[in-house]
Design a protein around this ligand. Structure first.
Ligand SMILES: Nc1ncnc2c1ncn2[C@@H]1O[C@H](COP(=O)(O)OP(=O)(O)OP(=O)(O)O)[C@@H](O)[C@H]1O
Ligand SMILES: Nc1ncnc2c1ncn2[C@@H]1O[C@H](COP(=O)(O)OP(=O)(O)OP(=O)(O)O)[C@@H](O)[C@H]1O
Ligand SMILES: [Mg+2]
Ligand SMILES: [Mg+2]
Lengths: 259, 259
């Protein structure tokens, strides 16, 4: 199973949009795809018209079962979406309390990794959406994945944020003695603005081996898609932004040979 | 002193952009303005070319001095920016560890409120930038302010997020027995997309007494400004987005009589 964590501590860079668009494309191509929402704010869960404030079965139950040392089948928490082949392990707003409750207690960083191992035969891809912050949820997402996708807005401040993020990631990986490959994905690229073009060039210069050769353009169809509740690749299959994600998917698959 | 907290748990909605633009306009009008960066990711601090990863004096020191019960003069942590009348109390990435370290220990929710009280005679406005998450930093920002500004992107998912956010805020205010007035500010309004227009109408219907009568338009000049390191109101004073923030400032001042 290919497990991709989509992450960036900067907010609003297109993490949730990347997860739902890539997931929709993969499901339409006949793959069995699991989307995992680790964001206490629950944008991915809301996208599929579920309410993270009022949900009985969510990823939060996995953490509770770990603390209570009671085994739990992760399959029992998963919901099907209206899109065939696309399932969702939803978030609950209760996830916001995890850092204060469990902090870095032993084993809390591996809750998701252990659960996804049990689902290996059910899905060919798992895409993990993360909140824009460091903490036990981010540690779980990093421990569970076998490739990291980092959407970065093509603007000056975003580049500064990326430097810090990669510095933090290398420290987390050093302490867990794993090395994970990553792809930086330039998003919301607007060729009308100098700031966008300059930052794209800077990204390619600073991270030549890890930055995707193309970019996801600014496309208003993504906002329209989110009010439809259907993945952008199904809502507007010929939109420029969706076509860019199709090209990204090919590059990610080529970069990560069979897992 | 008017103390405005700019907050939204959703990422990338224009919190930092609102703080730096409103701050620039107020400073140019001759006010004494303090910007406070409570975001561990430090976008506001990076905006002014400081490095939140490598900073000795930041808002983090205020929390440390509380835990160590050693008094500290907040003025000693403040830096002047190149814009006359605009000072910054910067963030440090160490803030990301606060939730795990201190959680809700007694008094940790009032660290910022107590510090800003000591600065009352120095500044006429304090604008507080917050991270896109719930936790001890958000609690501090809510306890310190006398008005709340909530930027909300004009798109479907953002409206869902706002409902949850206001629900959470009312619970926090109930437990602290204070009632704070708030203004919802529609941002990144794009009159070309139906999703944007529909969400703006929905916002006005759902929160008629708290939604600002106008909206901040999509404006690419904000990205250009952030690569200049100078507030948008000084970098591009006649940009549409900046003029909208000038109108917002008048509305906020009118809504909150002298404090
Ligand atoms: N390429 C794009 N062009 C235009 N708009 C986009 C694009 N990608 C995402 N968006 C829009 O930008 C906003 C932010 O995207 P999204 O919510 O996916 O970001 P995020 O990184 O998941 O945010 P958060 O940090 O809150 O989790 C949404 O309104 C989305 O529709
Ligand atoms: N009205 C606008 N029109 C176009 N772009 C905007 C506008 N306001 C903000 N932006 C851009 O959108 C991006 C996100 O803005 P900003 O960083 O201020 O959001 P934020 O809510 O502070 O994000 P975070 O959740 O990470 O703290 C930045 O690239 C900024 O330049
Ligand atoms: Mg998201
Ligand atoms: Mg910000």
């Amino acid at each position: 199973m290919k497990i991709w964590t989509i992450t960036n501590q900067k907010g609003g860079v297109g993490k949730t949009t990347s997860v739902v668009t890539l997931g929709g494309i993969l499901a339409s191509a006949g793959e069995r795809v699991l989307l995992v929402d680790l964001d206490p704010h629950g944008s991915l869960t809301s996208y599929f018209r579920l309410d993270p404030d009022d949900i009985d079965k969510s990823v939060y139950n996995l953490f509770q079962s770990m603390v209570a040392k009671k085994p739990l089948d992760p399959q029992s928490l998963i919901q099907a979406t209206k899109t065939p082949g696309l399932d969702l392990l939803p978030a609950s707003t209760a996830l916001a309390t995890l850092d204060r409750q469990v902090g870095v207690k032993d084993g809390m960083g591996l809750v998701l990794a252990t659960s996804l191992k049990k689902l290996e035969s059910e899905y060919s891809y798992a895409l993990i959406d993360t909140p824009p912050m460091l903490g036990v949820l981010m540690v779980n997402a990093l421990a569970a994945c076998n490739h990291l996708v980092i959407p970065v807005q093509t603007e000056f401040l975003a580049l500064k944020g990326l430097e810090r993020m990669l510095h933090t990631l290398s420290m987390i990986f050093k302490s867990t003695k794993r090395e994970i490959d990553y792809t930086v994905v330039p998003t919301m690229f607007d060729q009308r603005t100098k700031a966008s073009k300059d930052s794209l060039r800077a990204l390619r210069e600073q991270y030549p081996d890890n930055t995707w050769k193309s970019a996801i353009p600014v496309d208003t169809r993504f906002r329209d898609a989110s009010s439809s509740g259907v993945p952008p690749s199904i809502f507007a299959p010929s939109a420029r932004g969706v076509e860019a994600y199709e090209a990204l998917l090919q590059a990610l698959d080529a970069r990560q040979k069979a897992e």
